[in-house]
Ligand binder design. Sequence first.
Ligand code: NAP
Length: 240
Amino acid sequence: MKKYVLITGATSGIGKEVALRLAKEYNIIFHGRNHENLEILSNDVENSLFWCYDLSLVDGISSSLKALMEKNEIVIEKLVHCAGIDDNLPVKLLNYDSIEKLMKVNFYSVVEIINILLKRSVNKNELKNILFISSISAIRGYKVKAAYSASKAALDAYMKVLSLEVAPNIRVNSILPGAIKTKMTEKSFENEELVKHFVEIYPLGIGKVQQIVDMVEFYLSDKSSWVTGQQIVVDGGSLV
Ligand SMILES: NC(=O)c1ccc[n+]([C@@H]2O[C@H](COP(=O)([O-])OP(=O)(O)OC[C@H]3O[C@@H](n4cnc5c(N)ncnc54)[C@H](OP(=O)(O)O)[C@@H]3O)[C@@H](O)[C@H]2O)c1
């Protein structure tokens, strides 16, 4: 059976660039919500597939992914979970619904994906490497980011436990980027004051998407074969 790497959130930002880089070495599955975008991306990359699914619909994830794998007679050997959403809400305005919205896409969705990929009957024990795009917010506090931070911290806590339960066959790590200009952060990067602040707090300057992609490539490769269960901070040495 042909082996694939699944990249969630591959229609934009970090996920899209990860998918395009990995496509040079692996068969890839672009994931996203926009059918038209996915079709365009996949048409340009030989042997690639796409999975169009809204991850906030957590209950249907397993059956949708299983159907894709069975239809194409493939297994998934590596998973990069990039899909994510952000929110800016002061603690006073937080409520169950606002938190749950982020938890579904950032965390619950990947639990469902991994459950199906760990099923021998579906994925034939072929899963070998899992990488989460978490965030520096998982380990540091920033105003109005409580729900986002909590969703990324939950993801990383799960990552640490999962890495123990699936070793030695599967490695699991999280990459924790600092602020990078993408669709998610474009408003912040339009704010001159904030950009000035970023320049001050990042000793190595403001990061670029390709610097995150370099890390993804490394932690998916055998060059990192003795690394699992880690939160890998990639933030230019941020001072705060
Ligand atoms: N940019 C940063 O500064 C930064 C820093 C730390 C961590 N991160 C993390 O990096 C990851 C990628 O973010 P990015 O900056 O590249 O943002 P982005 O450009 O907004 O990309 C987010 C991706 O997630 C997908 N997505 C969002 N909601 C979805 C849903 N309900 N179902 C399926 N797919 C969904 C988007 O698909 P659509 O195109 O359909 O919206 C898109 O492909 C996120 O997990 C983010 O938390 C980013």
